[in-house]
Every structure is written in C-alpha cells, then in structure tokens.
Design a protein around this ligand. Structure first.
Ligand code: FES
Length: 139
C-alpha cells in the first residue's frame, strides 16, 4: 500500500472536509466549551429516594441544575451541577466521596470545594433533609 492509498483509506479525505469547517467556525462541535451556569437560586424541591438513582448508596442524579448524591454511608449531598470551569455537569464518585468533572478532570469535595483544577471556584452547596424516603433539597 502506498502512502497515498493509506491516507485515502483511513480518512484523510474526511479530515480535509472537516478541518475547513472548524477553521471557519461553522461546525458547532468545533466551538469552544460551554460557559459555566450560575448556581441555581431559590431552590426547594423534593425527590423520592425509594426508587431510581438515589435508592442505593453511591447513586446520584441531576435535577434542576443540582447534582444530588447518596454517599456510601447513606448520607445525601447536593451541589450545583455545572462545573465552574466550563460548565460540564459533574459526576459523583462514591468511592472518593467527591464530585469529578468528566470534561477536564476538576475535582470537588463532598461539599463542593475545589480540590483539583482547572476549576478555581467552588460548587454551591445546598441543604438536604430526609423525611421517610422523601428528600428535600433547598437553598
Ligand atoms: S469543564 Fe473543564 S474541568 Fe469541568
């Protein structure tokens, strides 16, 4: 196989079609990352922990811009979901009891404090209270 054949077969042709779109800023996938969203305010909602992601220790979900997590010891946490770096929703890592951004790897403590960049601003922490299986999340 010649060098020309190799590039033709593995997508050099496709790459030459995509590169001009990125340079011209025409393709949305080539645009810069999202901006972080402001932490939700005036929060007050209730979730049923009897079913779904919060039914088991280590589970989490995102609701109304807030990531709600159940630790391995059964406690509940709630912080703003939008990473303060560029806005990707953070995930809860139960083994480390921390929130991790899947985009560039920023890490936050269970209370939302930055423990590893590139984010430099903390997540906002919300209050939680449990009544039976009903979890209230509020400002
Ligand atoms: S968006 Fe960059 S670390 Fe979260």
């Amino acid at each position: 196989m010649t060098r020309k054949d190799f590039f033709t077969r593995v997508g050099f042709g496709a790459a030459t079609l995509l590169i001009p779109a990125c340079i011209g800023g025409l393709a949305s996938s080539c645009e810069s990352e999202d901006s972080p969203s402001a932490a939700p305010t005036n929060v007050d909602f209730t979730l049923d922990t009897a079913t779904g992601s919060l039914a088991a220790n280590g589970g989490f979900l995102v609701h109304s811009g807030i990531v709600v997590a159940r630790t391995n010891s059964g406690a509940f946490l709630a912080v703003s979901a939008s990473c303060t770096h560029e806005g990707t929703n953070v995930n809860y890592n139960a083994s480390g009891n921390e929130f991790i951004c899947p985009n560039h790897g920023a890490q936050f403590s269970s209370t939302g404090v930055v423990t590893q960049g590139p984010a430099s601003t903390n997540l906002h922490q919300y209050n939680t209270s449990l009544d039976g299986t009903l979890l209230r999340v509020f400002s």
